[in-house]
Design a protein around this ligand. Structure first.
Ligand SMILES: Cc1ncc(COP(=O)(O)O)c(C=O)c1O
Length: 365
């Protein structure tokens, strides 16, 4: 028995005619960059998230970078974020000459620990960038309240793993001044290459992001600001439009499967990510903790069960970041990076597969 970690093949089979029809339409009209499907996608995502503006871009990393550029982040600025995330979150801050200021995480959700944010705010703090990790939104209302109290610091939700999740009934990506997501193939809504999107209700920020996406261009060859090459390929938008038709069903499936895993882990006494009652997760990953991780992963592998570690090293301990971020230790993040790992998860995971994964995990740990 071999179980895929993320089952993109079953999804493709279920959507094959729609995906091919969408791709063929692009091949026929030939507008490969920012073609009509890109705006169609943006409009559909605006409706989905209820955000006024969606700006489709070339990746989640570029969505974060463009957002930081739009609010004017530069040398000398500090951006508060989490050390327990994919490196891109901190990388874009450093690329702009600013400094990531890490705030440790909550042990139960692995999201930024909101109770520690205020202590990290200085006069140099120009943004707060929480991550909605594993598909569950961070405590965005609390973060927004802290940001408001300290002079309306812009809050950018790194929602690269949480498109489709909600917090108090509102969609992730529309929980703060700016939300950024990724359409990397393995994400809850993924394309067949790189893609991402920025969401905001602010007209000026949206315009800035649109211009930065195309080399700071307001009109053809009129460069009013510094930008990047951050456009979305039309083919990726076309694929996302086909997948969007099935996305709500997939989110429901993820939640059914995630909750079933939760029950099974609780029965087996295996520590897992805790779901907060005011939020829904899209279970981008299904994540648990064990003390003897190396041997457990080895045994799961030998039983045909793939796993992944998100993340094996806290960013404050990464070689490239140690010298930049001199904030001492992040005890929770560092400790969790030693025990955390993720199990196979997709909307197409069968109950039999789930039973098998849990049985092997339970017997091998
Ligand atoms: C939390 C987080 N931030 C940023 C990114 C970067 O997104 P992309 O790979 O689309 O550039 C990812 C993707 O893995 C992510 O998980």
């Amino acid at each position: 028995m071999s179980i895929p970690f993320i089952d993109l093949k079953s999804q493709y089979k279920a959507l094959k005619p729609e995906i091919h029809a969408r791709i063929n339409a692009v091949l026929e009209h030939g507008q490969y960059i920012l073609g009509p499907e890109v705006r169609e996608l943006e409009e559909k995502l605006e409706i989905y998230t209820a955000a006024k503006h969606c700006i489709a871009v070339s990746s989640g990393t570029d969505a974060l970078l463009i957002s930081l550029m739009a609010i004017g982040i530069g040398p000398g600025d500090e951006v508060i974020t989490t050390p327990f995330t994919f490196v891109a979150t901190a990388e874009v801050i450093v690329l702009l000459g600013a400094t990531p200021v890490f705030v440790d995480i909550e042990p139960d959700t692995c999201n930024i620990d909101v109770s520690k944010i205020e202590a990290a705010i200085t006069v140099k703090t120009k943004a707060i960038m929480p991550v909605s990790l594993y598909g569950q939104p961070a405590d965005m209302d609390e973060i927004n309240a802290i940001a408001a109290k300290h002079g309306n610091i812009p809050v950018i939700e790194d929602a690269c793993q949480s498109f489709g999740a909600t917090c108090k009934g509102k969609k992730s990506c529309n929980l703060s001044m700016i939300g950024c997501t990724s359409f990397f193939p393995s994400k809850p809504l993924g394309c067949y290459g790189d893609g991402g999107a920025i969401f905001t209700n602010d007209d000026e920020l949206a315009q800035a992001c649109r211009e930065i996406r195309v080399h700071g261009q307001s009109k053809r060859y009129v460069h009013t600001r510094i930008g990047v090459g951050g456009r979305m390929d039309t083919l990726q938008a076309a694929i996302l439009l086909a997948k969007l038709e099935r996305f709500e069903w997939e989110v429901k499936q993820r939640q059914i499967i995630g909750e079933r895993y939760n029950q099974m882990m609780d029965e087996a006494g295996i520590r897992r990510i805790v779901q907060k009652s005011d939020r829904t997760s899209v279970y981008a990953q299904y994540t648990v903790f064990v003390n003897n991780r190396e041997s457990v992963l080895e045994k799961l592998k030998s039983s045909g069960i793939p796993t992944a570690i998100h993340y094996p090293v806290s960013l404050n301990q990464q070689i490239a970041y140690k010298e930049i971020v001199r904030q001492g230790t992040m005890p929770v993040s560092e400790k969790i990076s030693e025990t955390v790992f993720s199990l196979p998860m997709s909307p197409y995971l069968t109950a039999d597969d789930q039973d098998h994964v849990t049985a092997v995990l339970n017997e091998k740990r």
